[in-house]
Design a protein around this ligand. Sequence first.
Ligand SMILES: Nc1ncnc2c1ncn2[C@@H]1O[C@H](COP(=O)(O)OP(=O)(O)OP(=O)(O)O)[C@@H](O)[C@H]1O
Length: 253
Amino acid sequence: MAERIGGDSERTLEPLPGTTQATVVLRAEGLTKTYAAVPGAAGRGELELFRSLDLVVHAGEMVAIVGESGAGKSSLLHLLAALDRPTAGEVWCGTSRLSTFSAGQAADFRNRDVGYVWQFHYLLPEFTALENVAMPLLARGMGRSSALERARVWLGEVGLAERAEHRSGELSGGEQQRVSLARALVTEPKILLADEPTGDLDGKTAETVFGLIQGLHVAHGLTSVIVTHSLEFAGRCGRMLRLKEGRLEEVLE
Ligand SMILES: Nc1ncnc2c1ncn2[C@@H]1O[C@H](COP(=O)(O)OP(=O)(O)OP(=O)(O)O)[C@@H](O)[C@H]1O
């Protein structure tokens, strides 16, 4: 059955080949991103990263985005998370047009619908692992004891229940990234966006964190977009796209 997406340009989406269902979770249409020139700054001319880029991500997909450094992968992920606005084009999440969001609506969208993992964990070092994981719940107004209770469950999901009371600054890099993964998912979003989540980690720790992401993706029925420089990890996602010279190409193996 095809699904309709709404807003002011309602269309019928075709199912994926070989499937009967096409639940589109994220859809970018005609996306263009240009960074403006900085007047008077040498080397800061206008920079067009991509033009008229389209992307459709279906429910349950795990999509890897690869590409050379500077290709625009992080910039694309920022647009999907409503962290930035495109120069032209639109990102849809279901029937919501991200470009119509106010700053508050964008923050709500990120708090409720998206779990975002950065290359660097950005945990608050003076707070415990448990408190760090609970932050997004506290930010949405949940009571402290309920937030901490739910955060404890998510620390368990990433295998760190016994580290709950450690300050995040006392944890190893891999543990910190696992805490940041729990923080991203504690609100039980439907979408996980991860920007080089293993980029700062050594090989074995990277494997642990990537395996965890894969496991949580399946266990929680997530729709995930993962930017990575690792072709090995990308090959283990259901679908690989390469951002190259402003275009997204399917990489078929
Ligand atoms: N806010 C900004 N203003 C101006 N230029 C920017 C801005 N953010 C990124 N850029 C430039 O856009 C280009 C793409 O950056 P982006 O971080 O999206 O690439 P990337 O593919 O994620 O790279 P990497 O793999 O090294 O992280 C780079 O040349 C970068 O300097």
